[in-house]
Structures are given as C-alpha cells and as structure tokens.
Design a protein around this ligand. Structure first.
Ligand code: UDP
Ligand code: MG
Length: 327
C-alpha cells in the first residue's frame, strides 16, 4: 500500500488544526488513500502545539513537529518533508485555502506516473490593490529570473519521494519552495484550484514580512538589482560625457560655468547612485554571508514521537534534530 504524506505548516492556527485533520481524514479515507499527516508548528504563540499533540494522540497517522521559534513557512515545509515517510508528499496550507479535494486529483495523477504535481491558482482570492500590484511585480521578476511562469504558482504541491529528496539535498539555506520544485524538473503536471476564503484566523503575512520575503527571494534568484548598478554607472558615464563636452566648449568660448549649482547637483546625484549601488551589493554580500555560515534552516525543539516532559519547553540537546539540517 502506498502512503501519501501531507505536510502542513502551521503558525498560530489553533482553530484550524482539528478542522484540517478531520477534513483530510474524511476525504482521503473516502477515496481509499493511505495517508500520514505531518503538522509543523512554526513556533506558534497560541495553543497550536497543544492542539497538534491532541490530534497526534488521537490518531497515530498524525505526526507533529515543534520549532524552537518562528522560522517561517519555507523552513516549516522543508522540516515537514524531511520527517515525512510517505511514497509521495503533498504540501498544503493549514487554513484550508488549498482544497483537500484537489489533493485527491493530485494523488491520482501521481499514481499515473507524474512526479511533480503543481497546484496553480485559478483566482487570487480577495486581495488589496496594493497587494495585487506588488505581487504582480514580484512574480514578473521571479518568472524572469527562474525562466518559468510563476504568476499563478502556489505552495500547494504533491511531490514524488524522489523529487522531495532532491529538494532536501539542495544545500542552500535560503529556500523558495515554489521556485525550487519547478526548477528540479521531473515529470510535471499542473492542476488548477480555486483559492478559498480563509476558514478562520487571519493571514500570517504582514506587509513588511511580504516585502522582506520578496526582496530576499529576488536577491537569491536574480541578478537584476546588480544590473541596476551597471545601468546607473552607464547612465552617469553618458551624463558626464555630455556635461564634460559642454564644459570644454564653454571654456574654449570664454564662458566657463560659474557658481556651484552644477557641482552640488552632480555630487548629490553621483553620491546617491553610489550609495544605492553599495547597498545593493552589500545586500548580496549579506546573503552570501548567511549561506556560508551554514546555520540550520530550523531547530526542532520537540516532536510528538518524543515522550513529553512537563514543564520543559524549547528544550535543546538530544531533542534537537540538527542532523538533516546541518550537513
Ligand atoms: N505559516 C507558517 N509560518 C509563518 C507564516 C505562515 O508556517 O511564519 C503557515 C500558515 O500557518 C499557513 C500557511 O503558512 O498554513 C499560509 O499562511 P497564510 O494563510 O497566512 O498565508 P496566505 O494564505 O495569506 O498567503
Ligand atoms: Mg492562507
């Protein structure tokens, strides 16, 4: 019997844990699919971990992982994949915005021999105009950088074990699941799904965390900002040629430019171009520094397989599974 592992990252989703487990159980059991659910608590501040423990105690097919702090959705996805034992692994959101029914379609495609099945958004759900515009720009840059159409990509995917292992073997710290799972290739199929309204709670992304996420991923996958530095250099070279020529002509004709206005403007313009360029280069250096430090992507403080010791939380030492994250 082949097993489907469903990896679910959860951050402050106490209301959703039980609902998502029941709805997966109903649908997958109804379809006769053998499954395992891996819930990854991304350092939640509410009772998510208690709910996960209760769910795991009630059903042996449910497994829980608890991070020592909030490491972000990407880290949670990778931790879940590393702990999942199934023959194929699906990743879906905890808020039921990714319909579990689509999971069945994905599973059937996997049975037909597809190795990477990607969920593609049919609609974008309710979003503000600003969000829509900035997401549009972000995906345009990312699609350009990865040479894949990412505009409707989502994290809702089903991967064959082989494909998931390839992803886990990738050495980079700064991961972008959406792009990486397309980049690895394999026999791929896309499945369209409707984004539902969030069942309960609110989106866990603040505007600043989205901007940070976008900037980091653009820097990780694209050298476009670096090309801006070159572009700015070429622009100021052209400007200096024109101004230089004009200055010489004026000097020769006896009308040298007077006053500091031009000088001040030039210093300000060139100064800001240089500062911005240094900032961009500095950002890339910071990213390289982050990668060479080789810190683990996440730290697991406890799992539902461990016997719980009351009173202890965020424990270090034996419980910390750095093995798969450190090499
Ligand atoms: N999530 C997470 N860590 C975070 C933020 C979000 O594990 O730091 C999870 C969250 O619990 C949910 C999924 O990622 O299961 C998608 O989050 P959300 O619904 O807030 O994002 P949106 O649907 O608004 O893109
Ligand atoms: Mg959501």
């Amino acid at each position: 019997m082949r097993v489907l592992s469903v990896v679910i990252p959860a951050y402050n989703e106490e209301d959703m844990i039980e609902r998502v487990c029941t709805s997966l159980k109903d649908i997958l059991t109804g379809e006769g699919i053998d499954y395992q659910i891996v819930l990854v608590d991304d350092g939640s501040k509410d009772h998510t971990w208690d709910r996960i423990r209760e769910a795991a105690a009630a059903d042996s097919r449910i497994k829980g992982i608890h991070f020592s702090r909030n490491f972000g959705k990407e880290a949670a996805i990778f931790a879940g994949l590393a702990c999942a034992g199934g023959d194929c692994m699906a990743v879906m959101d905890c808020d039921l915005q990714h319909p579990p029914e689509t999971l069945v379609t994905m599973y059937r495609l996997w049975e037909q021999g597809y190795e990477v099945i990607e969920g593609v958004k049919k609609n974008r759900g309710r979003e503000s105009l600003f969000h829509r515009a900035s997401a549009g720009l972000f995906y345009k840059i990312m699609s350009n950088a990865t040479r894949m159409d990412m505009s409707d990509a989502s994290d809702f995917k089903l991967l064959d074990r082989k494909a998931a292992m390839v992803l886990l073997d990738m050495p980079e710290r700064n991961t972008f699941f959406r792009a990486m799972s397309s980049w690895i290739g394999f026999k791929t199929k896309t499945v369209e799904f409707e984004i539902r309204e969030r069942d309960s709670g609110s989106s866990k992304w603040s505007t600043s965390s989205l901007i940070h996420y976008a900037v980091t991923n653009i820097a990780a996958y694209s050298s476009l900002p670096m090309q801006f530095v070159t572009g700015a250099g070429v622009f100021s070279l052209l400007l200096s040629l024109i101004l230089g020529l004009q200055t010489i002509i004026r000097y020769c004709s006896g009308h040298a430019v007077e006053g500091f206005t031009t000088v001040i403007l030039l210093i300000l313009l060139l100064g800001s171009i240089m500062m911005i360029s240094l900032g961009i280069i500095g950002y890339y250096i910071a990213q390289i520094y982050d990668e060479v430090k080789k810190r683990p992507r996440y730290i697991i403080s406890r799992t539902t397989d461990d016997p719980e010791r009351p009173g202890e939380d965020g424990e270090t030492g034996r419980d910390i599974e750095l093995k798969e994250t450190q090499n």
